[in-house]
Design a protein around this ligand. Structure first.
Ligand SMILES: Cc1cc2nc3c(=O)[nH]c(=O)nc-3n(C[C@H](O)[C@H](O)[C@H](O)COP(=O)(O)OP(=O)(O)OC[C@H]3O[C@@H](n4cnc5c(N)ncnc54)[C@H](O)[C@@H]3O)c2cc1C
Length: 303
């Protein structure tokens, strides 16, 4: 029986683990990898030694600390969490079962992909799934954005402010009717295309140089230096479905203490309904979740 099980080894989970270690909690981390999405890097031919506001070094420090201390972790995927009387049991893909008094879910999200050849190879080499992180790197550059919903339109607005030109591809014609899309269409730097899909990604020296689009037999081609994909993200929250409250997009609803509506079950990072999918935000969430787990456990023992 552990005091705490942490699901996920990204910035949120690793920070929570570092705090749990500091508080001497008997902790197990169950994760598919150590580092999470911080292992993804962004390169562009014109960028040399650029500084991103990220916190990756801090995450790597926590990771090395846990590896050095041989901190207990299982490289596995959590598939189901069950709440017993006063404990939680976690079942994994490798058919193992673990039990703890408290749980932190920090399993992040998975970005929806385009499934176009070349997309995977050029990820971080001109293709980005995070306009919040990478839009500021494209000052005076020619870019395209394909996406859906409000988040994509805000990302497009940010790019329109910095880029030389923006091709805004909205596969869902409903998005074109949104007030922000109409405002963007008035900007001479922005070309809005409704209904189109990307059929081909063009590259040179392993950097994106262009895209081909198709819609109802019509083809278009554009030279670009960056492609932003904002098709939405899927939270990796299935293992606690039915146990805690989700928002409309299946993110785990947490309060300011990172507590869910299920006592003893906390969540941190991108998988929650907190604002901004960013490393530094996930680090803060992980710290808050671990400190509040500690307080929760203190409340349950006789001192
Ligand atoms: C391409 C890209 C580039 C980015 N660049 C930046 C940037 O420059 N700056 C910035 O601040 N942010 C950036 N972000 C966002 C940032 O990476 C995330 O906000 C951050 O990593 C979230 O941390 P997290 O711990 O919540 O989740 P993640 O980093 O996604 O980690 C989730 C962890 O959970 C594990 N996991 C998932 N499901 C399960 C399961 N069922 N069982 C067990 N383990 C599981 C995963 O293996 C992983 O270890 C970028 C995102 C992407 C996609």
């Amino acid at each position: 029986m552990y005091d705490l099980i942490i699901l996920g080894g990204g910035p949120a989970g690793l920070t929570a683990a570092a705090y749990a270690l500091h508080k001497r909690l008997e902790t197990l981390v169950i994760t598919q990898d150590l580092g999470g999405k911080t292992s993804l890097r962004f390169h562009a031919p014109w960028l040399e030694g650029h500084e991103l506001l990220s916190g990756v070094e801090l995450v790597n420090r926590f990771k090395s600390q846990l590896e050095y201390l041989e901190f207990v972790h299982e490289l596995d995927r959590a598939v189901q969490v069950v709440r017993n009387d006063r404990t939680f049991s976690v079942r994994t893909e490798k058919q193992k079962q673990f039990e703890a008094r408290a749980l932190i879910v920090a399993t992040g999200t998975t970005a929806k992909r385009l499934a176009v050849p070349g997309e995977r190879e050029l990820l971080g080499r001109g293709i980005s799934y995070s306009a919040v992180s990478h839009a500021p790197l494209f000052i005076d550059r020619q870019v395209a954005l394909i996406g859906q919903g409000t988040r994509a339109l805000y990302a497009a607005a940010e790019l329109a402010l910095v880029a030389k030109g923006l091709v805004l591809i909205l596969p869902d014609p409903k998005d074109v009717e949104a007030p922000l899309a109409k405002k963007l269409a008035e900007n001479p730097k922005v070309k809005v295309l409704s209904g189109f899909q990307i059929s081909e990604i063009v590259e040179r020296d392993r950097f994106i140089t262009g895209i081909a689009l198709r819609h109802n037999g019509t083809s278009r081609g554009f030279e670009i230096e960056g492609l932003f994909v904002e098709m939405g993200t899927t939270p990796n929250s299935q293992m606690v479905a039915g146990l805690v409250e989700f928002d409309a997009e299946n993110r785990i609803v947490v309060n300011a203490r990172m507590a869910t509506n299920c006592p003893g079950l906390f969540a941190a990072g991108d998988v929650t309904n907190t604002v901004a999918e960013q490393v530094l935000v996930a680090i803060g969430d992980g710290a808050k979740a671990a400190l509040n787990v500690y307080e929760y456990l203190l409340g349950r023992i006789t001192v």
